[in-house]
Design a protein around this ligand. Structure first.
Ligand SMILES: Nc1ncnc2c1ncn2[C@@H]1O[C@H](COP(=O)(O)OP(=O)(O)OP(=O)(O)O)[C@@H](O)[C@H]1O
Ligand SMILES: [Mg+2]
Length: 494
C-alpha cells in the first residue's frame, strides 16, 4: 500500500517535472544541458582533485616531518650525551630556519625532561604527552589539531632511546593553501569552460532552431490558409530535407487551392447561367402564353359569342355556351400558369405582393393551411436579383411541401434582421433525411442552396422522417449577386 502511494507520488512528480521541462524551448534545453554538464564535471573534478591533493600532501608532510625528526635525532645524539644545551638549542633553531613549515622542535632527555625547545616563552601544556614513542620504535607520527591548524608531530628516539627523544611538529598550513589555490583555479577554469560552452551552445542552438522556427511559421501560415509562404533552405541536413518537403507541400496546396477556386468559379458561372436561362425560358413561355395563346383563346371566345348571338337555336346556343365555359376555364388556367412562370406582380408590386398572391393560389389549389408572415417587408422594393431569388425559393419550398410532405399546415416567415433577410419555411409533414440528398442534379433544394449562395447567403435544412421539415434561408440584404440573373420587368397574365 505504502509502495503504491510512493510510486504514485513519484509518478506525479515526474509528470510535473516533465511538464516544466517540456514547456521550455529547445534553446533553453540545450543551454541547460551544456551548463549542467560543464558545472557537474567542473565540480566533480574539483572535489576529486581536492581529495587526492589533500591525501598526497598530508602523506608528504608526514614523511617530511619524519625525515626532519630523524635528522634532528641523529644530530642531537652527541649534544644530548654531552649535555650541550646551547648546541641543542642552536641545532633546533637552525633546523627551524631551514624548514619554514616546521612549527616547533624539542628534545627530551633520557630522564624525560625537556632540555631544549623552540617555544621561547613557555612550553604548551599537553603537547608533551600528545606523542609518546617507545625505544623499540623507529619513530611515531601523530596528527595534532592545534589552534594554528593541523600539525604532524613526529617523535624519534635518540640513540635508540638511551639518550632521550627528539620531537618535531610540521605544520600543514602549506597543504591547505595549496589545496585552496588549486580549488579556486579549478573553479575559475570551470566558470570559463561554462562560459565558452554556453556561447558555443547558444551559437549551435541558433543554427539549429532558426530553420525549425521558420518551419513552424510556415506550417502556421499553411494552417491559416496562406499557401504563398516558403521556408528558406539553410543547410543540407535533415532539416533541409524537411524544408524541401514542406515547401513542396505548400506548392501542392497552393496549386490545389487555385484549381479549387477555378472549379468553384466555373461552377458558380454554370449555375448562374442555368438559373438565368431558366428564368429566361419561363419568361418566354409566359409571354408566349399571354401574347399568343391567350390572345387566340380570347379571339375564340369572342367568335363563339358572336356565333351564339347570330343563331337562335337553343341547342346550338347551349353547346356554344358550354364551349365558351371551357375556353374561359382554359384561359383562366393559362393565366394562373403564366403567373406561376413569371408573376407580373413581382416586377410591378414587389416581393411581398407576389408571395401573397402565390400563397393564396397554393391555398386554393391544395387546401393546405398556410400561415404567411412578412412583418418587415411593407411593400418596399428590394434588389431585383434578391426578389427573384426569394420568390423562387418560396415557390420551390411550397411546391415541395405540396408534392412530398403530406402536410396539413405550413408556415412562411420572412424577416429582416441586422441587415440580413431570412426566410423560414416550415411544414408538419412526413419529413425526410437531408443527408440523403444528392449534391448535384435537379434544381429543387439544390437550386435553393445555389440561389442563396450566389447572393452570399446559405440554406439550412432541418428535417427528419416523421418530424416535418424546416428550411432556413438567409442572405445579406446589401449583397449583390456575382452575376445578376434577375430578368427585366415585363407584364403578363394581367
Ligand atoms: N417539405 C418536404 N417534406 C418531405 N420531403 C421533402 C420536402 N422537401 C423535399 N423533400 C424530399 O427531398 C427530395 C428532394 O427535393 P427537391 O426539391 O430537391 O427535388 P424534387 O422535388 O424531388 O424535384 P424537383 O424539385 O427538381 O422537381 C424530394 O424528392 C423529397 O423526397
Ligand atoms: Mg422540389
Amino acid at each position: 500500500m505504502n509502495t503504491m502511494r510512493v510510486s504514485h507520488r513519484l509518478k506525479r512528480w515526474a509528470t510535473a517535472i516533465w511538464q516544466v521541462i517540456g514547456a521550455v524551448n529547445i534553446r533553453a534545453k540545450i543551454l541547460g544541458i551544456v551548463l549542467g554538464l560543464v558545472v557537474l564535471m567542473g565540480v566533480a573534478a574539483t572535489i576529486e582533485v581536492r581529495l587526492l591533493l589533500d591525501q598526497t600532501l598530508t602523506t608528504q608532510a608526514r614523511e617530511h616531518s619524519v625525515a626532519v625528526a630523524r635528522d634532528v635525532a641523529a644530530r642531537a645524539t652527541d649534544l644530548t650525551l654531552m649535555r650541550d644545551y646551547y648546541g641543542l638549542f642552536r641545532l633546533l633553531r637552525d633546523t627551524q630556519a631551514n624548514n619554514p613549515d616546521l612549527r616547533y622542535a624539542f628534545v627530551i632527555d633520557s630522564e624525560g625532561a625537556i632540555i631544549a625547545h623552540t617555544f621561547g616563552a613557555g612550553f604548551p601544556a599537553g603537547l608533551y604527552d600528545a606523542n609518546i614513542v617507545t625505544s623499540n620504535e623507529h619513530h611515531r607520527s601523530v596528527l595534532l589539531a592545534t589552534d594554528e591548524g593541523d600539525v604532524w608531530d613526529t617523535a624519534v628516539p635518540i640513540f635508540d632511546g638511551r639518550a632521550g627523544v627528539a620531537r618535531v611538529g610540521l605544520s600543514l598550513a602549506a597543504r591547505e593553501q595549496t589545496v585552496a589555490a588549486v580549488t579556486s583555479q579549478l573553479l575559475i577554469t570551470t566558470i570559463m569552460a561554462a562560459a565558452i560552452g554556453i556561447t558555443a551552445a547558444a551559437l549551435l542552438t541558433w543554427i539549429l532552431t532558426r530553420p525549425i522556427l521558420q518551419l513552424v511559421e510556415l506550417t502556421k501560415a499553411v494552417t491559416g490558409g496562406d499557401f504563398s509562404r516558403r521556408a528558406q533552405r539553410w543547410a543540407d541536413d535533415e532539416i533541409g530535407a524537411l524544408t524541401d518537403a514542406l515547401n513542396a507541400m505548400s506548392d501542392a496546396l497552393a496549386q490545389a487551392e487555385r484549381e479549387r477556386a477555378e472549379r468553384e468559379q466555373m461552377r458558380a458561372q454554370y449555375v448562374t447561367r442555368i438559373i438565368a436561362a431558366q428564368e429566361e425560358e419561363r419568361k418566354r413561355i409566359a409571354r408566349e402564353l399571354h401574347d399568343s395563346t391567350s390572345q387566340a383563346l380570347t379571339s375564340l371566345l369572342i367568335g363563339l359569342r358572336s356565333l351564339a348571338d347570330r343563331h337562335r337555336s337553343p341547342d346550338l346556343r347551349r353547346q356554344v355556351d358550354d364551349l365558351r365555359g371551357i375556353v374561359g376555364q382554359v384561359l383562366h388556367d393559362l393565366h394562373a400558369l403564366a403567373r406561376q412562370l413569371r408573376p407580373s406582380v413581382l416586377d410591378d408590386l414587389g416581393l411581398a405582393a407576389a408571395i401573397q398572391r402565390y400563397v393564396a393560389d397554393c391555398r386554393a389549389r391544395s387546401g393546405l393551411t398556410i400561415d404567411l408572415a412578412m412583418p418587415d417587408l411593407n411593400g418596399e422594393r428590394l434588389d431585383p436579383a434578391l426578389e427573384t431569388a426569394l420568390y423562387r425559393i418560396v415557390q420551390e419550398a411550397l411546391t415541395n411541401v405540396i408534392r412530398h410532405a403530406h402536410a396539413t399546415t405550413a408556415s412562411i416567415v420572412i424577416e429582416r434582421r441586422d441587415g440580413r433577410l431570412r426566410a423560414i419555411i416550415e411544414d408538419n409533414g412526413c419529413g425526410f433525411d437531408p443527408a440523403a440528398l444528392r449534391g448535384d442534379g435537379d434544381l429543387g433544394l439544390n437550386g435553393i442552396r445555389e440561389r442563396a449562395a450566389l447572393l452570399n447567403g446559405h440554406l439550412i435544412i432541418e428535417s427528419a422522417p416523421g418530424n416535418g421539415t424546416t428550411l432556413y434561408v438567409e442572405f445579406p440584404l446589401l449583397a449583390s449577386a456575382e452575376e445578376s440573373y434577375a430578368c427585366e420587368p415585363y407584364s403578363v397574365g394581367r
